[in-house]
Design a protein around this ligand. Structure first.
Ligand code: SAM
Length: 233
C-alpha cells in the first residue's frame, strides 16, 4: 500500500480532505466517524491520529461533482438532510462523516434488498435514519423526517425534478440547499440530454429552486450531471 505523505482540508470544500500519497497521486477523503470501519471497500488512511476514508470519485457522484469543481459544498457539520435514493449508503456514508454526530441524514430507499444493507450502516452510524419508502410519495413518510437544511436526490427516475420538488414542499426549509444527480438517459431516451436538462431545470425553477450551478460528471460518470440549487418557499 502507498504511504500517506500529507493530508489537508480541501481549499474550497470544508470537511473534505485531500490525501497525498508517496507516488505523488492524491485522493479525496472524509474523516471516518466510525474508525476502523469501511462501508464499500474503500481505503482507510491514518494521519496524525485521525482516520480518513477514501471518497471514490467513480462510485460517488457527489465526489465527482467536487472534482469537477461544483460552486460549493453546502453540506456542513450539524446539518439535517433528506436523501432520496440512499441505496446501500455509499454517498450517504460520506455525508454522514461530514455532518458528524450532531447531523441527521434521513435516507429514503424503496428497494428492500439494498435497504437491508443501509439499515446495517445506520446501526453503525447514529446520524443515519433509514426510511423504507417511495420517494414519489413523500406524504407517506412525512412524519418520519423533520424540516431539513438540505435535500439530496439520486433516484434515477423519470420526472425526478417533480419528485424533488414534492419532497422539498414537505421537508426543505426556506433557503435550504438541493443537490440532484440527473441521469439524462433514464429520464427520456428519445430526447437529447440537453433538452432533458432544460426541461428538468424549468420544472425546478417553476417550483421555487434557484439554480446555482450545474456540473457534468464526465469522465467519472459519463451520463450524469449534478444540479446545485437553493429553495425559496
Ligand atoms: N445515491 C446512492 C449513492 O450515491 O451511494 C446511489 C443511488 S442509486 C443510483 C439509485 C437508488 O434509488 C436505487 O437504490 C433505487 O432503488 C432507488 N430508487 C429509485 N426510485 C426510487 C423511489 N421512487 N423511491 C425510493 N428509492 C428509489
Amino acid at each position: 500500500a502507498l504511504e500517506v505523505v500529507n493530508v489537508y482540508e480541501h481549499p474550497h470544500y470544508p470537511n473534505v480532505y485531500i490525501i497525498e500519497l508517496e507516488d505523488g497521486s492524491v485522493r479525496l477523503a472524509t474523516k471516518n466517524m466510525v474508525p476502523g470501519k469501511r462501508v464499500y471497500g474503500e481505503k482507510l488512511y491514518q494521519w496524525e491520529g485521525e482516520e480518513y476514508r477514501e471518497w471514490n470519485i467513480y462510485r460517488s457522484k457527489l465526489a465527482a461533482a467536487l472534482v469537477k469543481g461544483i460552486e460549493e459544498l453546502p453540506i456542513k457539520p450539524g446539518d439535517s438532510l433528506l436523501y432520496l435514493g440512499a441505496a446501500t449508503g455509499t454517498t450517504p456514508s460520506h455525508i454522514s462523516d461530514i455532518i458528524g454526530p450532531e447531523g441527521r441524514l434521513y435516507g429514503v430507499e424503496f428497494a428492500p434488498r439494498v435497504m437491508r444493507e443501509f439499515v446495517t450502516l445506520a446501526e453503525e452510524r447514529k446520524n443515519i435514519f433509514p426510511i423504507l419508502g417511495d420517494a414519489r410519495k413523500p406524504r407517506e413518510y412525512r412524519h418520519l423526517a423533520e424540516a431539513t437544511d438540505g435535500l439530496y436526490a439520486d433516484v434515477a427516475q423519470p420526472n425526478q425534478a417533480e419528485i424533488v420538488a414534492d419532497n422539498a414542499d414537505f421537508f426543505l426549509k426556506d433557503g435550504g440547499y438541493m443537490l440532484m444527480a440527473i441521469k439524462a438517459r433514464s429520464v427520456d431516451v428519445t430526447k437529447s440530454p440537453e433538452e432533458v436538462f432544460r426541461r428538468e431545470i424549468e420544472i425546478l425553477k417553476n417550483r421555487g429552486f434557484e439554480i446555482l450551478d450545474i456540473v457534468h460528471l464526465d469522465p467519472f460518470d459519463k451520463d450524469h450531471a449534478m444540479i446545485y440549487a437553493r429553495f425559496h418557499r
